[in-house]
Design a protein around this ligand. Structure first.
Ligand code: GRG
Length: 303
């Protein structure tokens, strides 16, 4: 059971280490390379999905699932699926047609290490495998739960979520957006997958009513706070720590929370959002302490 994943009162860094180890072990297994010539795409998928990252989304899935006593195997399947979708988005975001980045997670980007066509296929392979994983009976014994997970991840990752947000983000390089439009863009581009990660725990646990809306409220505020922290890191961060180029938004002339509000108002806004996110969790009392700590970690991170 997820209750045994870590002890009550665990720190964010210990829980992250556990979430990373267990999710990566499952991803390794799911991405075991076959012997045929297609092995190259598996190698590229593994290269990106197992590269050192924060594994925030798996941590959120496992922490939220633990609130409902979900089986460990179920929660890990969803944690692996969401990290695969995240890795796909990073591979495609780094392509020359998009952000054209050479560095990701402290390593050459997928298209630099392999080639552009392989990177596109690796992203496609990770995205589609994520849904195969959710649809697998190991994810939940009840097909209705599996179906709900598939629909929720598709909507978070697709054109009403991350893909749509990325489209707006590309347009934002040529067209000035106001703060309301940037908020909507970021809720779609980054927030939707973070929200799915939290809500998936509730779906797996068949949570209803207040418990579900509470998690959604937490996730939405957390997602936006995370994005503001990311904008701040783009201005104030250190490439050696973040593992990706800094100053990319400014160089692309992109309007961000920081470019519009200034760094100190943006930070204050992120802190307000974290307070709001934490307040949503009152219903779960001390059982949600880790999720409270994660919210605080998200805006104080250096990577
Ligand atoms: C290509 C469809 C498509 C979408 C790309 C998520 C995304 C959309 C682009 C990533 C660009 C970016 C830097 C977004 C800001 C927020 C973000 C998602 C940062 C990366 O996530 P982290 O910090 O990364 O959780 P790690 O490496 O720690 O997993």
């Amino acid at each position: 059971m997820t209750e045994n994943l870590w002890p009550d009162g665990v720190t964010v860094s210990d829980a992250t280490a556990i979430a990373t180890r267990m999710t990566d072990a499952l991803i390794e297994r799911l991405l075991a390379a076959p012997t045929g010539l297609e092995a190259r795409v598996y190698e590229a998928m593994r290269y990106s999905a197992l590269a050192p990252g924060k594994r925030l989304r798996p941590l959120l899935v496992l922490a939220a699932a633990r609130l409902f006593g979900v089986a460990r195997r179920s929660a890990l399947q969803v944690a692996a699926a969401v990290e695969m979708v995240h890795a796909y988005s990073l591979i495609h975001d780094d392509l020359p047609a998009m952000d054209d980045s050479d560095l990701r997670r402290g390593r050459p980007t997928c298209h630099k290490r392999f080639d552009e066509a392989t990177a596109i296929l690796a992203g496609d392979g990770l995205l589609t495998m994520a849904f195969e994983v959710l649809a697998h009976p190991d994810t939940h014994g009840d097909p209705a739960v599996r179906c709900e997970l598939v629909a929720a991840l598709a909507s978070a990752a697709g054109s009403a979520g991350m893909v749509g947000g990325q489209m707006i983000d590309l347009i934002a390089e040529r067209q000035a957006l106001d703060i309301a439009a940037i908020t909507r863009l970021q809720r779609m581009k980054t927030g939707a997958l973070i929200a799915f990660s939290c809500e998936a725990g509730g779906i797996l646990g068949k949570a209803v009513g207040d418990l579900r809306t509470t998690l959604r409220g937490y996730a939405h505020d957390l997602g936006l706070a995370f994005q503001i922290a990311d904008d701040l890191l783009d201005v104030e961060g250190d490439a050696a720590e973040t593992g990706k180029p800094v100053g990319a938004d400014v160089a692309a002339g992109k309007a961000t929370f920081v470019s519009i509000l200034g760094a100190s108002r943006a930070r204050a806004q992120a802190e307000l959002l974290v307070d709001q996110a934490v307040a949503h969790l009152d219903l779960f009392e001390e059982r949600a302490e880790l999720l409270r700590q994660v919210a605080r970690f998200v805006i104080n991170r250096r990577t």
